[in-house]
Design a protein around this ligand. Structure first.
Ligand code: MLT
Length: 238
């Protein structure tokens, strides 16, 4: 049986931990949910970029691109789209290259590039993602993006959901996330309410992004499994 491992922050990855494995990057609020939504609605690709200035420069050079992302949850000056998955409708993004920079999610994606394959995970694509991982058969490492170097509860809950669905042999880190997800879902009366108890969800709700949190908790609504090709620097649909 393949194994499933997990880290609560990309900075916790040890050298060689990703070798020969599939990495799944998770930032359910909101970067990876947004990436799944954008590709599902027809974006040609997502180009994850670490910095706001880097994204501006790159978008300027790519004729077919739109500039997307957030800092402190808010769309930076001159950007076309923020980081709300609900903004990524087909009219705006069809066939576009979305140059995306977010505070933690896009950084985590780049930190996963030592893996054999880097997939993008969210609650919205959990079923398609797990069936893709199962068909592949390799060991998996889940990488939670966190928030500014701090562990994010909602990412651990998302990881727990994937661990539950896959039923692979779990490391202690992965077992911890699974039990956190199971326990919190019971304690709060459902997965969504557990997510809403997290610091980042509360902050987004206060900022008026409650619908994003709701959307990010919808299980298996997308069949899109985004793959990051670190050589060309693009995320495309599997
Ligand atoms: C991030 O990458 O830090 C997040 O996706 C932040 C957000 O909610 O926009």
């Amino acid at each position: 049986m393949p194994t499933i491992d997990a880290v609560a922050l990309p900075d916790h990855l040890m050298s060689n931990q990703l070798n020969g494995k599939i990495a799944v990057v998770i930032d359910i609020l909101r970067a990876t949910t947004t990436i799944v939504e954008a590709l599902g609605n027809g974006a040609r690709c997502i180009v994850p970029v670490a910095s706001v200035d880097g994204a501006r420069v790159l978008s300027h050079k790519r004729a077919n691109s739109i500039l997307c992302g957030e800092r402190s949850g808010i769309k930076p000056d001159g950007f076309t789209l923020g980081n709300s998955p609900l903004e990524y409708d087909p009219q705006t993004i069809l066939e576009k290259d979305c140059v995306l920079t977010t505070t933690n999610g896009t950084r985590a994606i780049h930190m996963a590039d030592a893996a054999d394959e880097v997939l993008i995970g969210s609650v919205s694509n959990v079923d398609a993602l797990c069936s893709c991982i199962r068909d592949d058969g390799r060991d998996v490492v889940l990488i939670c993006s966190g928030t500014d170097g701090m562990v994010s509860f909602e990412d651990c809950l998302g990881a727990g959901l994937i661990i539950d669905r896959l039923s692979y042999a779990a490391t202690d880190n992965a077992a911890m996330m699974y039990h956190a997800m199971e326990g919190a879902s019971i304690r709060f009366g459902g997965f969504r309410f557990a997510v809403e108890s997290s610091f980042h969800a509360k902050r987004l709700i206060e900022m008026g992004f409650g619908k994003d949190v709701e959307h990010a908790c919808q299980m298996g609504i997308s069949s899109v499994v985004p793959v990051f090709d670190s050589v060309i620097g693009e995320i495309v649909t599997d």
